[in-house]
Design a protein around this ligand. Sequence first.
Ligand SMILES: [Zn+2]
Length: 534
Amino acid sequence: MTTAWMNATIYTGEDFAEAILTEDGRIKQVGSAEDILSSSPDRVVDLNGRFVLPGFNDSHLHLRHLGKQLQSLSLSGTKSIQELIVRSRQYLKDHPDRSRVALTGSGWNQDQFSEKRFPTKEELDQISSEIPVALTRVCGHVAVVNSRALEVLGLDASTPNPPGGIVEKKHGELTGLLKETALDYLGPLYPELTSEDLRSQFQAAFSAAVELGVTSAQSNDLSGSNTQALAIWNLLLDMDQKGQIPLRLTQQLALDTFEELDAFFEEAKQPPSDHLSMGPIKLYKDGSLGARTALMQKDYADCPGERGTDALSDESIRKVLSWAQENDRGVIIHVIGDGALERVLNLYEETEDPSRHGLVHCQISTKAQLERIKEIGCYVLAQPIFFDYDLKVLVDRVGDELAATSYAFGTLMRKGVSVSLGTDCPVEGVNPLPNLYCAIARTDLEGKPDGGFHPEHAMTLSEAIRAYTAESAFQEGHADNKGKLAPGYLADFVVLQHDPFQEKPDALLRNRVVMTVIGEKIVYTHHGERSTTR
Ligand SMILES: [Zn+2]
């Protein structure tokens, strides 16, 4: 059965067209309305003059965490420590069932607090002195806990810092703040989830993503130990078999020793479907800029003596890279500081085929490093939406000179580097439109600074769409299947209310997805949008 999608402005990723013909989940023809109708389609969908583009492919995010956040205490948007306390108390009251073991929440950011500092354990004691409380910062690399949690976890002033982490102490006493690998101590506060809990978290996340036009997601949900990762992979295989994965999901696997990788792949079955596939190995080299745990080549401009955290040694990464080479897998590494970038570029340069490997975030970079990325030939998974927060701290943290050559995603693309876009959700929301806006405008979501921060590094709208579609598909090895609207490609596309090529960039923030189509199936229609079918 053929379907004609008519009455729209269609951006194929390269060109404009008037109509699409689909069959068996794929695109059969793209062209003028006349051409498509002359093929006598079995079904015609009227798209009301809207704008169509290839479906968004988010190249790095954490859908399981999004699902968890959708079903737990979210502190994003909290404007003060007092508000954090009030919201947490209210949640405890409303959801006693979800706080049996502990109250855990996430999403706060001290730079958005009027106090501009981390909360303390004493402040969290005001939420509860009986129930352990652990609240994770928006980056996922820092958490603050109350006194009861420290007690339950057996942490005290004599607890040493774990390798790659910090249990913060002041005047010989714990402050309640944990950084990087010290967050592993929080494990006992999170109750063992049943596979049904996990399934419902994934389902909540899939729906949220699909409603915002995300037709493909490269999600890092496989983490912890190899057995934990395997349990999640098996659940996803089961969901796939039951048709419970509406979008196309590629999994990034965060295991950082070859023993664990071997153990995982020994057991892991390969999915037979085009809705689930195994992606690269994901490693961390450093932390975040906001928490000053990103690894820098020089001291932080606003914190002399501090250069961030080396989260995984070069030697450990080298071992995983050689495992990947033997096992024909790619590797992507979280790098935010220029120090982390430098070390990872050195490591990639040693490998046989650096084009297999990617840089996740790639935020702080020197001019010379931009050139090196091109020469070495690895790819970049970028999140321009980080501008909304990072522009508040960027120059303070790294100084003017380094800031001027950082987040240079448009420049990298024009040098010929493959740059894809993603949100790192739930660090940021999963909505692609504000992300596109930040890529083009290089401002925060309020449009500051005027004219954009170093606009020479901005992407054009068509570059940003390409990064969000074709480049994402290229990086996951699906370049001949996804990322543009052309004959033979999967019929994955998104219908927007307005044509962004006809509007100013900030109109993207008011535009919206009115329909999402995956494999020719309408998987989402905005309430009130009529698409007459005959
Ligand atoms: Zn991430």
